[in-house]
Design a protein around this ligand. Structure first.
Ligand code: DC
Length: 229
């Protein structure tokens, strides 16, 4: 049995993080949510009021050494909590304000280089499941297992819509579809590390799958790679 890196990339709202968490707990691997790192950096700049137009990118870049994003395992919740300069920001980074600006921040090459270097360090010891948009293409091009997760945009929108309804967020289904299409476009067309399936990634299209079916397929691939000579 060997220790491996599992790189998971794919579209927004297709269950990447649910899959990554399920895999990491089944294999007793660490789970690294790289989207949370971009979100924490965005929150830092948002709090400083630096993401109002016109954005001064060189001022943002100068502040990068002051930003420290870390994950802390919370045993009670059985999951990682995102800390920004020592403060628990797990809730705040998932909010609407951060979601609206994170893609601006994630397109700054210097932000990406800093976070990619930290992610590479976090994965050095292997036994890790990392999810994001560029894990199999840039962060770990030699990952032993690469998964690319996707689903039809309408199905992703329906899942997201019912999640938002459950959380009491008022929004129309049409708005959710438009928002997802825009995010897909931004992810696939950003100048820096656009989202694309690595040539050696295994695609999991879960349009017609339950969560558990997706997890079972991914886990079978992982076990096969872990046991391979
Ligand atoms: O997966 P998420 O929605 O939490 O990601 C937040 C944002 O960060 C989203 O705009 C995509 C971007 N991102 C990225 O560019 N590269 C990654 N490895 C992870 C996320």
């Amino acid at each position: 049995m060997k220790d491996i890196i599992i790189a998971i990339d794919g579209h927004s709202s297709c269950g990447k993080s649910t899959l990554a968490k399920a895999l990491s707990s089944a294999l007793k691997y660490r789970y690294i949510d790289t989207g949370a790192m971009y979100r924490a950096v965005a929150l830092y700049f948002l709090r400083k009021g630096m993401l109002e137009e016109p954005i001064d990118k060189s001022a943002l870049i100068r502040l990068l050494p002051d930003i420290h994003v870390e994950f802390e395992y919370n045993a009670e919740l059985d999951r990682n909590i995102t800390n920004l300069n020592g403060e628990n920001v797990e809730e705040e980074i998932r909010g609407v304000r951060v979601s609206q600006v994170v893609s601006i921040v994630s397109q700054i090459p210097e932000v990406r280089s800093m976070l990619v270097a930290q992610q590479q360090e976090m994965g050095k010891a292997k036994s890790v499941v990392m999810d994001g948009r560029d894990i199999g293409t840039r962060v770990f091009p030699n990952a032993e297992l690469k998964l690319f997760v996707t689903a039809d945009v309408e199905v992703r929108a329906d899942r997201r819509y019912s999640q938002m309804m459950d959380n009491g967020i008022k929004v129309s289904r049409e708005e959710v579809i438009q928002n997802l299409k825009q995010r897909d476009y931004d992810d696939e067309n950003k100048g820096e590390s656009p989202l694309k399936k690595a040539a050696d990634a295994i695609e999991i299209d879960n349009t017609h799958m339950t969560k558990q079916e997706g997890v079972d397929i991914a886990l079978n691939h992982a076990i096969e790679v872990i046991n391979r000579e």
